[in-house]
Design a protein around this ligand. Structure first.
Ligand code: GAL
Length: 660
């Protein structure tokens, strides 16, 4: 397939932030372990912990994640004795340390001394302490205190042989991802000034001619807090960009501090890939040595194993295909869902192996030993409250054994010839208020397409619309709502060069300022798709429209009779051919699904939310165009993926999701 030259380079993990990234942590075997919070236990328990870790085959623990007050009990007074002792003990036991900076847990003394650093929500609430993540990312006192403790830890432990990885903070963007306090407003004004340079450019980008919102001085800019009516969309989109970037600055500052002491130790911070809407993880992934992720299944969801695969595939893609680390998942129930259903027998090991099959080289849990007190005391752990005479402990030991056997898988890659486009800016923008339909939800559409690929045993990467896509035969675009002209040109080059593109409705609608591409929908992609739409026709709640095979498809394919929900459009053909037609509803008689031959490739357009079987059939046909294997014969309860080592050895994984 021809290359797609001229693409924005470096969106994603492919470009190192420094001269060279530190590699995988120095570990013998697949990483196995979890968050370890020894400060919650008397020191006698520590010896037992290390013995049990050895029994389970644990070789890595994340230490000190919430230990700020224990390390700095008074401002500027540091106490490292306890941390020295536990790190030495772990080291003697052959267990390596992923050492955290504890900045997700500002101490009570810190909040008392600096009450203004407490975050303010969009509706003006000031959030309190006795919890975690109570901070404003723009508060200078907080930033200085974070950097100071990071410096202290790095100075003391960077040459300790047990420390093989840095874990900066914990889940940036979790609980508090943005702040509306005065310091944040000032930071936003500075950010906007740096981005736009002139007020004219800002006013143009934000479309402030609407409702008389023109800004006449930089200090008139406010954070887009709750207001009497909907707030300027472009401003909100920029505030989302700003908030993600601010958190990333916090990370980079600490990363650079620890790196300065020993550049050979890799640095990570734990993402929450599919669940972290506020952080644009493509930009974050560029800044870490290795991608690590926390993933929790939704108890009771019949598709939780597919959701897990989606998260794992996204992580691998964020890592640019390199091995990534599953930093946290659970051995059993969590504590934060409405009904914390336990994992079924066998499910925990299957979950872990599914992550491994999709490119993880490490399997870690929250947490090592279940807490006796605190809000997470009912969260499962590797060592449950019941101790080692428990189903979970036996599984933990068994998994350790299996991971030792799977050692040769380390470093092996997952190969995919299909990609699904995933774009945080589209996620942010399309879920703002005053949209054509509240039923258009980003993750819902991502999952709808991903699920049908998964069920047909197609291994997919995720990618961004600005990337060179030429190595993929099939590219699926569930909802790239924000599309810059150059990104649309990238997709066009991809198709012309022989790629097969499948685009769903409400993609290519606005530019980076959330301003509509004019001349008919989907503005940026009309020519690629060979269609034009003069009006959106979203459907009422619960409304369904019938779709069937278009009359003129030549009869070589089986007849389709399906349905669409959420959306419809009066699609006009401008070069494309109709594949399915609306049989009824507001777009009756118009094409519902089209196919456009363009250059060496083809671009499909799906203008409604197809029922799963019909969507699968459309993807099957697109996959046939692309030459991608689409297996509808093998049961979709069997997950099969493979990893391939550099020497060509193949590691096939087959997971039976009917078991247990
Ligand atoms: C994660 C977090 C952990 C723990 C876990 C519980 O989001 O990083 O500290 O709270 O959730 O599931």
């Amino acid at each position: 397939m021809a290359g797609t030259g001229g693409v924005t380079a470096g969106y994603g993990a492919q470009v190192p932030y420094g001269a060279e990234r530190a590699g995988w942590p120095r570990l013998d075997g697949i990483a196995y372990g979890g968050d370890y919070n020894p400060e919650q236990w008397p020191e006698e328990v520590w010896t037992e912990d290390v013995a049990l870790m050895r029994e389970a085959g644990v070789n890595l623990v994340s230490l000190g994640i919430f230990s700020w007050v224990k390390l700095e009990p008074e401002p500027g007074k540091f106490e490292f004795g306890w941390l020295d002792r536990i790190i030495d003990l772990l080291h003697e036991g052959g267990i390596a340390v992923d050492l955290a900076t504890p900045t997700a847990a500002p101490p009570a003394w810190f909040l008392k001394a600096h009450p203004d650093i407490r975050p303010v929500t969009r509706d003006g609430k000031v959030l309190g302490g006795a919890s975690r993540q109570t901070y404003c990312p723009h508060a200078p006192e907080y930033i200085a205190a974070c950097n100071r403790i990071a410096e202290q830890l790095a100075a003391r432990y960077s040459d300790h042989p047990a420390v093989v990885l840095w874990h900066i903070h914990n889940e940036y963007g979790c609980h508090v991802a943005e702040c509306y306090c005065p310091a944040s407003v000032t930071a936003f004004q500075e950010w906007a000034q740096a981005r736009y340079r002139t007020l004219d450019a800002l006013n143009e980008a934000w479309g402030t001619a609407f409702w008389g919102q023109t800004i006449t001085a930089w200090d008139e800019i406010d954070a887009p807090r709750e207001a009497p009516a909907d707030v300027n969309h472009a401003q909100r989109l920029d505030f989302a960009r700003f908030s993600s970037a601010s958190m990333l600055e916090l990370f980079k500052a600490q990363r650079d501090i620890v790196k300065a002491h020993n550049p050979a130790i890799p640095v990570t911070t734990n993402f929450m890939a599919v669940l972290n809407k506020p952080m644009d993880l493509w930009s974050w992934a560029r800044e870490v040595d290795l991608v690590s992720d926390d993933h929790y299944t939704t108890a009771g969801s019949p598709v939780r194993h597919i959701e897990l695969s989606m998260a794992a595939d996204l992580c691998r893609s964020l890592a640019g295909g390199a091995p990534w680390l599953l930093m946290e998942h659970s051995t059993g129930a969590v504590n934060w869902q409405p009904r914390n259903v336990a994992k079924l027998p066998g499910e925990m090991i299957r979950n872990s192996l599914a992550h491994l099959a999709r490119g993880a080289d490490g399997i870690m849990y929250f947490q090592w030993r279940a807490s006796r007190a605190g809000t997470e005391k009912y969260h499962s752990a590797m060592v449950p409250h019941a101790g080692t005479d428990s189903r979970i402990w036996r599984d933990v030991v068994e998994l350790g054994r299996q991971l030792r056997e799977l050692r040769p898988v380390r470093g092996a890659r997952v190969e995919a010839d299909t990609a699904v486009l995933f774009d945080w800016e589209s996620w942010w923008a399309l879920e703002l208020d005053s949209r054509p339909s509240v039923d258009v939800r980003f993750l819902d559409m991502q999952f709808a397409y991903y699920e049908q690929l998964w069920r047909a045993h197609v291994t997919a990467d995720f990618a961004h619309q600005s990337m060179d896509l030429s190595r993929y035969r099939l590219v699926v675009v569930p909802q790239s709502y924000v599309l810059r002209a150059e990104e649309a040109a990238n997709l066009r080059r991809y198709v012309e060069g022989g790629g097969t593109l499948v685009v769903s409705y409400f993609s290519g609608i606005v530019d980076e300022n959330d301003a509509v591409h004019l001349g008919g929908y989907p503005g940026a992609l009309r020519d690629v798709l060979g269609v034009r739409v003069d009006e959106f026709l979203p459907l009422a709640a619960g409304q369904s429209v019938a779709v069937h095979s278009a009359a003129d498809t030549g009869g070589s394919e089986a007849e389709v009779a399906g349905s669409g929900t959420v959306w419809s459009e009066p699609v006009e053909l401008r070069g494309a051919e109709a594949v399915l037609t609306y049989a009824d509803g507001p777009a009756a008689g118009h094409p519902a699904v089209t196919r456009h031959q363009l250059g060496e490739g083809q671009a499909w357009y799906v203008s409604t939310r197809l029922d799963p079987a019909t969507l699968r059939e459309i993807l099957r046909r697109a996959a046939a165009d692309a030459g991608v294997e689409f297996d509808t014969q093998t049961p979709d309860t069997l997950e099969s993926v493979r990893r391939v080592s550099a020497d060509g050895s193949v590691h096939p994984f087959t997971l039976d999701h009917t078991a247990g």
